[in-house]
Design a protein around this ligand. Structure first.
Ligand code: ADP
Ligand code: MG
Length: 216
């Protein structure tokens, strides 16, 4: 029965541009995972989304591919992906580099414990996507090296951890400084009702929750 409802069995069907499809092919992804089939069209529509799916189901590409599709070449700092750890930010950045190889869209990870030089250089060159931890992003924002004036997509990966007390102030500051008409996409493997309620308090619009986890 399930294939009857599965109308998005190929990445082509999801409406991604050719340059993005080429990166997907090179990565060897043959079919979208369930969460990708749900999230990609929703994120492409520009709506606010809360996405939940188990670890290892491809949530990075589920938000990363639509960002690569939607970002405009040469408009600096249009999209921001925030993560709770440096390692995760670096990993997402590397996946975006691979998936985006055939697009003109570039990303940089803004994380502590690494030379600032490469990060600053990428910012100066006008990188479209920033992936980082809230602390370092706010640090560079405070030094006027990052600005949020073009920022129209904000993703919180592992949102349950991102909304831990320690990150909340930075996230509020970031969301209150990005473009007024921004899109927010929050994803995680675990979004209980309390995290969902808290997530919604950080979002401007009424987000749709898309989940492949049964019972939620
Ligand atoms: P999650 O964030 O949901 O835990 P990841 O985004 O880290 O999962 O993806 C887990 C692994 O699956 C990665 O190695 C990624 O490259 C791979 N992957 C993602 N989407 C697909 C796909 N459609 N087909 C095959 N492999 C995929
Ligand atoms: Mg993940």
């Amino acid at each position: 029965m399930s294939e009857i409802f599965d109308t998005s069995n190929t990445f082509e069907d999801l409406g991604l541009r050719n340059s993005v499809l080429k990166g997907i092919e090179k990565m060897g992804f043959q079919h979208p995972t369930d969460i990708q089939a749900l999230l990609i069209p929703a994120v492409l529509s520009g709506r606010d989304v809360i996405g939940q799916a188990k670890t290892g189901t491809g949530k990075t590409a589920a938000f990363g591919l639509p960002l690569l599709h939607m970002c405009e070449q040469g408009v600096p700092m249009q999209a921001l992906i925030l993560t709770p750890t440096r390692e995760l930010a670096a990993q997402i950045c590397s996946e975006l580099d691979q998936l985006g190889e055939f697009t003109p869209i570039r990303s940089v990870s803004i994380i502590g414990g690494m030379s600032m030089r490469k990060q600053q250089q990428a910012i100066e060159e006008g990188v479209e996507i920033i992936v980082g931890t809230p602390g370092r992003v706010m640090d560079l924002y405070g030094r006027k090296q990052i600005n949020f004036k073009n920022m129209k997509h904000v993703v919180l990966d592992e949102v349950d951890r991102m909304l831990d007390i320690g990150f909340r102030d930075d996230i509020r500051k970031i969301l209150s400084n990005v473009r007024c008409e921004h899109q927010t996409v929050f994803v995680s493997a675990t979004i209980d009702p309390e995290i969902e309620r808290l997530s919604r308090s950080f979002m401007k619009n009424d987000a749709e929750k898309l989940s492949t986890v049964s019972g939620s």
